[in-house]
Ligand binder design. Structure first.
Ligand SMILES: [Zn+2]
Length: 110
């Protein structure tokens, strides 16, 4: 994090800024969840069923969740939903990826 007084980077656990000596106000995570995290999570849920469309929803969920998480970190928001969306997105990408691979192998050997 950055010191509010001098703006220099300091350790997240620091109580006093080592550069200027001003006590660090510990910012608690803000309530609410960024829209990008919600979007990533919702799309990841859809991707469980819509992975049929060439994993596009899964990949979209991963991208949105990653962007949402980064935004949440930089702005002091919780990113729990974004992390959930990211995990579900990766799982469905792997799942549907294997599904298409199986179809490909089956059709190639037939
Ligand atoms: Zn400082």
């Amino acid at each position: 994090m950055y010191c509010r007084n001098c703006g220099r980077e300091i350790d997240d656990r620091a109580v006093i800024c080592p550069h200027c000596g001003v006590p660090v106000e510990t910012e608690k995570a803000k309530p609410g969840t960024p829209g990008l995290c919600i979007a990533g999570f919702v799309i990841s849920l859809f991707s469980i069923w819509l992975g049929v469309f060439l994993c596009i929803p899964s990949i979209l969920a991963i991208v949105l969740s990653t962007m949402g998480n980064r935004w949440a970190r930089e702005n002091g928001f919780h990113s729990g939903l974004g992390t959930a969306g990211l995990v579900i997105g990766i799982i469905t990408t792997v799942f549907w990826g294997l599904f298409f691979l199986a179809i490909f192998i089956a059709s190639a050997s037939a």
